[in-house]
Design a protein around this ligand. Sequence first.
Ligand SMILES: [Zn+2]
Ligand SMILES: [Zn+2]
Length: 310
Amino acid sequence: MSVHHYLMFFLPVFAVMIAVEFWIGRKRGLTLYTKGQSIASVVIAIGQRLISSVPLSLVGVIWFLAYDARLFELSMAQWYYIPLLFIGVEFFYYWFHRLSHEIRWLWATHSVHHSIEEMNFLAAYRFGWTNRISMGGLVYAPLCLIGFQPAHIVIMLAVNLMYQSWLHTNLIGKLPFIEGILNTPSAHRVHHAKNADYLDRNHGGVLMIFDRMFGTYVEERETEPVEYGLIKPSGSANPFRIAFHEWGNIINDVKKYPLRHWPMLLFGPPGWAPNGESATSAELRAQYRREQGVATHSREANAAICPRRA
Ligand SMILES: [Zn+2]
Ligand SMILES: [Zn+2]
């Protein structure tokens, strides 16, 4: 069963969360949901669910082959199995998510989740349709090779994604004690931002620990309000256009440039162009920090730009 199958069990809770958020928004006079984008999110979620129910996954086959060649005999009966599985899934989720931002082939699918320009609980379920083409799930294969059962990895990933549902909201501010340790609405707002300094930050699922270890953690700052969406938005509320927007961009670039540039156009960072006519996230961030006059390392930059930590 796929991750998205398990997410269906969460649907009643999720529906209540959306209703409560919508109601609070109306009471406060905030437009948290617009009609076009909400319909697009629902259609994309339904499409994704239908596609993921087709039992045809090369990644799944590779997971099972890796599990057949497993290095250790692990079992649920071992007390450390579930804690290790949690940390393992979180670690590989971090890399799956980070690579989904840094490799255009994976970004083509993941960018659908980032296409929202309004943050609300419904946006949490806006997943791309083309995972089976991007095959980002390969990142988790080492977990199978270690000896974790593929079915258990899928369940832990579903739990991880369920946790992330509550992160998609503007209604919850910074939280005491857990910012920088757990993923929070504030940390995930930064993740969804297109502001240069926030791009490709805070990739963790439940934890922010790996972002801190690998230098991708950035705190939300009052001086830098989040702007949601893509650097090059599709400008459409049509779910099909949203789902295939980046694939269309890739096809256009491949037609435009000679063969020798195709590896970078397909597997290089999003925004890369042979003649530098567009910029990658790293280039945009470096430019921003040059303008701000701060170091490019995120921890130093945080301290330098965040008034509360300066
Ligand atoms: Zn992302
Ligand atoms: Zn998200």
